[in-house]
Design a protein around this ligand. Sequence first.
Ligand code: ATP
Ligand code: LTN
Length: 336
Amino acid sequence: MEQTEQKKVIFSGIQPSGELTLGNYLGALKNWVKLQDQYDCYYCIVDMHAITVKQEPKDLRRRTLEVLSIYIAAGIDPEKNTLFIQSHVPAHAEAAWLLNCNTYMGELSRMTQFKDKSQRYGNNISAGLFNYPVLMVADILLYQADLVPVGVDQKQHLELTRDVAERFNNTYSETFKIPEPYIPEAGAKIMDLQEPTKKMSKSSDNPNSYILIMDPPEVIRKKVSRAVTDSLGVVKYNDEQPGVKNLMTILSVIKGKTIQEIEKEYEGQGYAQFKKDVAEAIVGELEPIQKKVKDLVANKEYLESIYKKGAEKASYVANKTLRKMQKKIGFIPVSR
Ligand code: ATP
Ligand code: LTN
Protein backbone atom coordinates (compact mmCIF):
# COMPACT_ATOMS: atom_id res chain seq x y z
CA MET A 1 0.00 0.00 0.00
CA GLU A 2 1.23 3.49 -0.77
CA GLN A 3 2.11 5.60 2.21
CA THR A 4 -0.48 8.28 1.47
CA GLU A 5 -3.22 5.68 1.63
CA GLN A 6 -2.36 4.91 5.23
CA LYS A 7 -2.36 8.49 6.34
CA LYS A 8 -5.39 9.90 8.10
CA VAL A 9 -7.34 12.52 6.17
CA ILE A 10 -7.73 16.22 6.94
CA PHE A 11 -10.21 18.58 5.33
CA SER A 12 -10.52 22.31 5.94
CA GLY A 13 -11.47 25.46 4.10
CA ILE A 14 -11.61 29.24 4.26
CA GLN A 15 -14.18 31.43 2.51
CA PRO A 16 -12.93 34.04 0.05
CA SER A 17 -15.60 36.38 1.46
CA GLY A 18 -13.20 39.12 2.55
CA GLU A 19 -9.50 39.69 3.07
CA LEU A 20 -8.06 37.06 5.43
CA THR A 21 -7.30 38.17 8.97
CA LEU A 22 -4.77 37.32 11.63
CA GLY A 23 -7.62 35.28 13.18
CA ASN A 24 -7.87 33.07 10.09
CA TYR A 25 -4.10 32.71 10.14
CA LEU A 26 -3.60 31.85 13.83
CA GLY A 27 -6.87 29.93 14.28
CA ALA A 28 -6.66 27.85 11.12
CA LEU A 29 -3.89 28.27 8.55
CA LYS A 30 -0.90 28.08 10.88
CA ASN A 31 -2.13 24.70 12.10
CA TRP A 32 -2.76 23.41 8.61
CA VAL A 33 0.92 23.96 7.92
CA LYS A 34 1.87 21.97 11.02
CA LEU A 35 -0.38 19.05 10.12
CA GLN A 36 0.62 18.63 6.47
CA ASP A 37 3.37 16.07 7.01
CA GLN A 38 1.39 13.69 9.15
CA TYR A 39 -1.89 13.71 7.22
CA ASP A 40 -3.33 13.48 3.73
CA CYS A 41 -4.69 17.03 3.56
CA TYR A 42 -7.40 18.61 1.43
CA TYR A 43 -7.36 22.39 1.77
CA CYS A 44 -10.20 24.05 -0.07
CA ILE A 45 -11.13 27.61 -0.97
CA VAL A 46 -14.84 27.49 -0.28
CA ASP A 47 -16.19 29.96 -2.83
CA MET A 48 -19.67 28.39 -2.74
CA HIS A 49 -19.85 29.24 0.95
CA ALA A 50 -18.80 32.81 0.25
CA ILE A 51 -21.87 33.52 -1.92
CA THR A 52 -24.25 32.87 0.98
CA VAL A 53 -23.87 36.63 1.45
CA LYS A 54 -23.61 39.12 -1.40
CA GLN A 55 -20.25 39.21 -3.21
CA GLU A 56 -18.99 41.52 -5.91
CA PRO A 57 -18.01 39.12 -8.74
CA LYS A 58 -14.68 40.75 -9.52
CA ASP A 59 -13.70 40.83 -5.85
CA LEU A 60 -14.68 37.20 -5.42
CA ARG A 61 -12.50 36.24 -8.40
CA ARG A 62 -9.50 38.19 -7.14
CA ARG A 63 -9.85 36.96 -3.57
CA THR A 64 -10.22 33.33 -4.53
CA LEU A 65 -6.79 33.37 -6.17
CA GLU A 66 -5.38 35.48 -3.36
CA VAL A 67 -6.54 32.94 -0.77
CA LEU A 68 -4.89 30.16 -2.77
CA SER A 69 -1.70 32.23 -2.86
CA ILE A 70 -1.91 32.80 0.90
CA TYR A 71 -2.25 29.05 1.51
CA ILE A 72 0.93 28.42 -0.47
CA ALA A 73 2.82 31.43 0.94
CA ALA A 74 1.95 30.42 4.50
CA GLY A 75 3.82 27.17 3.89
CA ILE A 76 1.28 24.70 2.58
CA ASP A 77 3.16 22.67 0.02
CA PRO A 78 1.04 22.18 -3.13
CA GLU A 79 3.01 19.03 -3.96
CA LYS A 80 2.16 17.35 -0.67
CA ASN A 81 -1.41 18.56 -0.23
CA THR A 82 -4.53 18.83 -2.36
CA LEU A 83 -5.36 22.51 -2.83
CA PHE A 84 -8.54 23.22 -4.74
CA ILE A 85 -11.48 25.52 -5.33
CA GLN A 86 -14.82 24.19 -4.07
CA SER A 87 -16.90 25.13 -7.15
CA HIS A 88 -14.54 23.09 -9.35
CA VAL A 89 -15.82 19.91 -7.74
CA PRO A 90 -19.58 19.66 -8.42
CA ALA A 91 -19.90 16.71 -6.06
CA HIS A 92 -20.01 19.24 -3.17
CA ALA A 93 -23.29 20.74 -4.40
CA GLU A 94 -24.75 17.33 -5.23
CA ALA A 95 -23.86 15.80 -1.88
CA ALA A 96 -25.15 18.89 -0.09
CA TRP A 97 -28.59 18.31 -1.61
CA LEU A 98 -28.68 14.70 -0.52
CA LEU A 99 -27.58 15.72 2.97
CA ASN A 100 -30.08 18.58 3.10
CA CYS A 101 -32.76 15.93 2.83
CA ASN A 102 -31.25 14.24 5.86
CA THR A 103 -30.93 17.35 8.03
CA TYR A 104 -33.70 18.94 10.10
CA MET A 105 -34.79 22.57 9.94
CA GLY A 106 -34.64 22.55 13.74
CA GLU A 107 -30.96 21.62 13.69
CA LEU A 108 -30.10 24.44 11.31
CA SER A 109 -32.18 26.97 13.27
CA ARG A 110 -29.97 26.35 16.29
CA MET A 111 -26.72 27.33 14.53
CA THR A 112 -25.36 30.39 16.30
CA GLN A 113 -23.44 31.60 13.25
CA PHE A 114 -26.71 31.68 11.28
CA LYS A 115 -28.43 33.57 14.09
CA ASP A 116 -25.60 36.15 14.22
CA LYS A 117 -25.32 36.62 10.48
CA SER A 118 -29.06 36.72 9.82
CA GLN A 119 -29.33 39.49 12.39
CA ARG A 120 -26.61 41.45 10.62
CA TYR A 121 -28.08 41.06 7.14
CA GLY A 122 -31.63 41.93 8.19
CA ASN A 123 -34.22 41.28 5.49
CA ASN A 124 -31.86 39.97 2.85
CA ILE A 125 -31.12 36.54 4.20
CA SER A 126 -30.63 33.93 1.50
CA ALA A 127 -31.83 30.35 1.86
CA GLY A 128 -28.17 29.51 1.21
CA LEU A 129 -27.14 31.19 4.46
CA PHE A 130 -29.55 28.94 6.34
CA ASN A 131 -28.39 25.80 4.51
CA TYR A 132 -24.68 26.70 4.58
CA PRO A 133 -23.76 24.28 7.39
CA VAL A 134 -25.02 21.37 5.28
CA LEU A 135 -22.64 22.32 2.47
CA MET A 136 -19.89 22.26 5.08
CA VAL A 137 -21.07 18.80 6.18
CA ALA A 138 -20.81 17.68 2.53
CA ASP A 139 -17.30 19.16 2.19
CA ILE A 140 -16.05 17.16 5.12
CA LEU A 141 -17.87 13.85 4.59
CA LEU A 142 -17.05 13.55 0.88
CA TYR A 143 -13.37 13.11 1.76
CA GLN A 144 -14.02 10.76 4.68
CA ALA A 145 -12.03 13.21 6.79
CA ASP A 146 -10.73 12.10 10.19
CA LEU A 147 -9.80 15.56 11.39
CA VAL A 148 -10.99 19.11 10.66
CA PRO A 149 -8.67 21.91 11.85
CA VAL A 150 -10.79 25.04 12.54
CA GLY A 151 -11.18 27.91 14.99
CA VAL A 152 -13.53 27.46 17.92
CA ASP A 153 -16.41 29.30 16.17
CA GLN A 154 -16.82 26.26 13.89
CA LYS A 155 -17.26 23.72 16.68
CA GLN A 156 -21.04 23.71 16.43
CA HIS A 157 -20.87 23.03 12.67
CA LEU A 158 -18.57 20.10 13.36
CA GLU A 159 -21.06 18.69 15.86
CA LEU A 160 -23.77 18.96 13.22
CA THR A 161 -21.47 17.16 10.76
CA ARG A 162 -21.05 14.28 13.18
CA ASP A 163 -24.81 14.09 13.86
CA VAL A 164 -25.75 14.09 10.17
CA ALA A 165 -23.07 11.50 9.36
CA GLU A 166 -24.24 9.21 12.14
CA ARG A 167 -27.85 9.58 11.07
CA PHE A 168 -27.02 8.73 7.45
CA ASN A 169 -24.94 5.73 8.56
CA ASN A 170 -27.80 4.49 10.74
CA THR A 171 -30.45 4.99 8.07
CA TYR A 172 -28.56 3.59 5.07
CA SER A 173 -25.66 1.55 6.59
CA GLU A 174 -22.06 2.57 7.19
CA THR A 175 -21.10 5.25 4.63
CA PHE A 176 -19.15 8.03 6.34
CA LYS A 177 -16.20 8.33 8.67
CA ILE A 178 -17.18 10.38 11.75
CA PRO A 179 -14.79 13.38 11.82
CA GLU A 180 -13.21 15.05 14.84
CA PRO A 181 -12.61 18.80 15.18
CA TYR A 182 -9.02 19.94 15.70
CA ILE A 183 -9.13 23.19 17.63
CA PRO A 184 -5.82 24.72 18.74
CA GLU A 185 -5.26 25.23 22.47
CA ALA A 186 -4.14 28.81 21.90
CA GLY A 187 -5.29 31.08 19.09
CA ALA A 188 -8.61 29.32 18.50
CA LYS A 189 -10.40 32.62 18.94
CA ILE A 190 -8.49 35.79 18.20
CA MET A 191 -10.57 38.73 19.34
CA ASP A 192 -11.58 42.03 17.74
CA LEU A 193 -8.99 44.73 18.53
CA GLN A 194 -11.65 47.36 19.23
CA GLU A 195 -14.23 45.18 20.99
CA PRO A 196 -12.13 42.40 22.48
CA THR A 197 -15.13 40.39 23.67
CA LYS A 198 -16.05 39.72 20.01
CA LYS A 199 -14.31 37.44 17.51
CA MET A 200 -11.95 39.16 15.05
CA SER A 201 -13.84 38.94 11.78
CA LYS A 202 -12.93 39.73 8.19
CA SER A 203 -16.43 41.00 7.57
CA SER A 204 -16.35 43.65 10.33
CA ASP A 205 -17.12 47.21 9.20
CA ASN A 206 -14.33 48.77 11.22
CA PRO A 207 -10.85 48.14 9.72
CA ASN A 208 -9.20 48.99 13.07
CA SER A 209 -10.87 45.94 14.59
CA TYR A 210 -8.85 43.43 12.57
CA ILE A 211 -5.38 42.85 11.20
CA LEU A 212 -5.30 41.51 7.69
CA ILE A 213 -2.66 39.03 6.60
CA MET A 214 -1.86 41.50 3.81
CA ASP A 215 -1.82 44.69 5.93
CA PRO A 216 1.45 46.61 5.36
CA PRO A 217 3.79 46.77 8.42
CA GLU A 218 2.99 50.41 9.20
CA VAL A 219 -0.73 49.63 9.20
CA ILE A 220 -0.18 46.67 11.53
CA ARG A 221 1.83 48.88 13.91
CA LYS A 222 -0.88 51.54 13.90
CA LYS A 223 -3.71 49.06 14.49
CA VAL A 224 -1.91 47.39 17.39
CA SER A 225 -1.06 50.72 18.99
CA ARG A 226 -4.76 51.65 18.78
CA ALA A 227 -5.98 48.30 20.10
CA VAL A 228 -8.32 48.74 23.05
CA THR A 229 -6.79 47.78 26.41
CA ASP A 230 -7.75 49.17 29.85
CA SER A 231 -6.56 51.59 32.48
CA LEU A 232 -4.99 49.00 34.79
CA GLY A 233 -1.61 49.19 33.05
CA VAL A 234 -0.49 45.64 33.90
CA VAL A 235 0.24 42.86 31.43
CA LYS A 236 -1.79 40.12 33.08
CA TYR A 237 -3.86 37.34 31.55
CA ASN A 238 -7.40 37.49 32.92
CA ASP A 239 -10.98 38.00 31.82
CA GLU A 240 -11.17 41.51 33.30
CA GLN A 241 -8.59 42.64 30.73
CA PRO A 242 -9.86 41.12 27.49
CA GLY A 243 -7.86 43.43 25.23
CA VAL A 244 -4.56 42.68 26.96
CA LYS A 245 -5.45 38.99 27.13
CA ASN A 246 -5.97 38.92 23.36
CA LEU A 247 -2.65 40.64 22.62
CA MET A 248 -0.89 38.22 24.98
CA THR A 249 -2.45 35.29 23.14
CA ILE A 250 -1.25 36.66 19.80
CA LEU A 251 2.28 37.16 21.12
CA SER A 252 2.34 33.75 22.75
CA VAL A 253 1.17 31.87 19.64
CA ILE A 254 3.55 33.68 17.30
CA LYS A 255 6.61 33.59 19.55
CA GLY A 256 5.95 30.20 21.12
CA LYS A 257 6.24 31.73 24.61
CA THR A 258 4.02 30.73 27.52
CA ILE A 259 1.62 33.22 29.09
CA GLN A 260 3.66 33.04 32.33
CA GLU A 261 6.84 33.96 30.47
CA ILE A 262 5.11 36.96 28.92
CA GLU A 263 3.66 38.13 32.26
CA LYS A 264 7.14 37.93 33.78
CA GLU A 265 8.82 39.73 30.91
CA TYR A 266 6.52 42.76 31.18
CA GLU A 267 6.19 42.88 34.95
CA GLY A 268 6.21 46.47 36.21
CA GLN A 269 5.95 47.92 32.69
CA GLY A 270 2.97 49.64 31.09
CA TYR A 271 1.55 48.76 27.68
CA ALA A 272 3.82 50.80 25.40
CA GLN A 273 6.73 48.35 25.00
CA PHE A 274 4.36 45.38 25.14
CA LYS A 275 2.27 46.70 22.26
CA LYS A 276 5.40 47.49 20.26
CA ASP A 277 6.63 43.93 20.72
CA VAL A 278 3.24 42.48 19.74
CA ALA A 279 3.26 44.58 16.57
CA GLU A 280 6.81 43.53 15.66
CA ALA A 281 5.98 39.88 16.25
CA ILE A 282 3.02 40.13 13.86
CA VAL A 283 5.03 42.04 11.26
CA GLY A 284 7.86 39.49 11.52
CA GLU A 285 5.43 36.64 10.97
CA LEU A 286 3.41 38.19 8.15
CA GLU A 287 5.98 40.14 6.13
CA PRO A 288 7.66 37.11 4.51
CA ILE A 289 4.24 35.67 3.68
CA GLN A 290 3.14 38.94 2.07
CA LYS A 291 6.19 39.02 -0.20
CA LYS A 292 5.48 35.49 -1.41
CA VAL A 293 1.78 36.24 -1.94
CA LYS A 294 2.64 39.19 -4.15
CA ASP A 295 4.81 36.99 -6.38
CA LEU A 296 2.27 34.20 -6.47
CA VAL A 297 -0.80 36.27 -7.42
CA ALA A 298 1.15 37.60 -10.38
CA ASN A 299 1.78 34.04 -11.57
CA LYS A 300 -1.69 33.05 -12.80
CA GLU A 301 -0.40 30.09 -14.81
CA TYR A 302 1.25 28.52 -11.84
CA LEU A 303 -1.86 29.00 -9.71
CA GLU A 304 -3.98 27.46 -12.45
CA SER A 305 -1.76 24.41 -12.59
CA ILE A 306 -2.19 23.96 -8.83
CA TYR A 307 -5.98 24.32 -8.68
CA LYS A 308 -6.49 22.19 -11.80
CA LYS A 309 -4.46 19.33 -10.40
CA GLY A 310 -6.18 19.81 -7.04
CA ALA A 311 -9.66 19.65 -8.57
CA GLU A 312 -8.82 16.43 -10.40
CA LYS A 313 -7.57 14.69 -7.32
CA ALA A 314 -10.40 16.03 -5.14
CA SER A 315 -13.06 15.07 -7.72
CA TYR A 316 -11.84 11.51 -7.83
CA VAL A 317 -12.19 11.06 -4.07
CA ALA A 318 -15.41 13.08 -3.74
CA ASN A 319 -17.16 11.29 -6.62
CA LYS A 320 -16.41 7.93 -5.06
CA THR A 321 -18.24 8.92 -1.88
CA LEU A 322 -21.04 10.61 -3.83
CA ARG A 323 -21.71 7.43 -5.88
CA LYS A 324 -21.86 5.46 -2.67
CA MET A 325 -24.39 7.90 -1.20
CA GLN A 326 -26.57 7.84 -4.33
CA LYS A 327 -26.58 4.07 -4.43
CA LYS A 328 -27.55 3.72 -0.79
CA ILE A 329 -30.32 6.29 -1.12
CA GLY A 330 -31.85 4.29 -3.97
CA PHE A 331 -30.90 6.23 -7.10
CA ILE A 332 -30.45 4.19 -10.28
CA PRO A 333 -26.77 4.13 -11.26
CA VAL A 334 -25.79 5.00 -14.81
CA SER A 335 -22.48 3.82 -16.21
CA ARG A 336 -20.18 6.80 -16.85
P1 ATP B 1 -16.55 35.88 8.75
O1 ATP B 1 -15.82 36.64 9.80
O2 ATP B 1 -16.86 36.66 7.53
O3 ATP B 1 -17.69 35.10 9.27
P2 ATP B 1 -14.61 33.93 9.08
O4 ATP B 1 -13.24 34.46 8.87
O5 ATP B 1 -15.10 33.67 10.43
O6 ATP B 1 -15.56 34.86 8.24
P3 ATP B 1 -13.97 31.66 7.46
O7 ATP B 1 -13.28 32.32 6.37
O8 ATP B 1 -14.82 30.61 6.95
O9 ATP B 1 -14.89 32.60 8.31
O10 ATP B 1 -12.96 31.12 8.54
C1 ATP B 1 -11.95 30.25 8.17
C2 ATP B 1 -11.28 29.67 9.38
O11 ATP B 1 -10.71 30.68 10.20
C3 ATP B 1 -12.22 28.86 10.28
O12 ATP B 1 -11.55 27.70 10.69
C4 ATP B 1 -12.46 29.76 11.43
O13 ATP B 1 -12.74 29.05 12.60
C5 ATP B 1 -11.12 30.48 11.55
N1 ATP B 1 -11.27 31.78 12.18
C6 ATP B 1 -11.98 32.83 11.70
N2 ATP B 1 -11.90 33.88 12.54
C7 ATP B 1 -11.10 33.49 13.58
C8 ATP B 1 -10.63 34.14 14.77
N3 ATP B 1 -10.96 35.39 15.06
N4 ATP B 1 -9.84 33.43 15.60
C9 ATP B 1 -9.49 32.17 15.32
N5 ATP B 1 -9.90 31.49 14.22
C10 ATP B 1 -10.70 32.14 13.35
N1 LTN C 1 -17.79 27.30 7.56
C1 LTN C 1 -16.38 27.50 7.68
C2 LTN C 1 -15.65 27.38 6.39
C3 LTN C 1 -15.75 26.00 5.87
C4 LTN C 1 -15.10 24.85 6.39
C5 LTN C 1 -15.56 23.75 5.58
C6 LTN C 1 -14.20 24.63 7.42
C7 LTN C 1 -16.55 25.59 4.86
N2 LTN C 1 -16.41 24.24 4.68
C8 LTN C 1 -15.13 22.47 5.83
C9 LTN C 1 -13.77 23.31 7.63
C10 LTN C 1 -14.24 22.26 6.86
C11 LTN C 1 -16.13 28.84 8.34
O1 LTN C 1 -15.09 28.99 8.88
N3 LTN C 1 -16.99 29.78 8.27
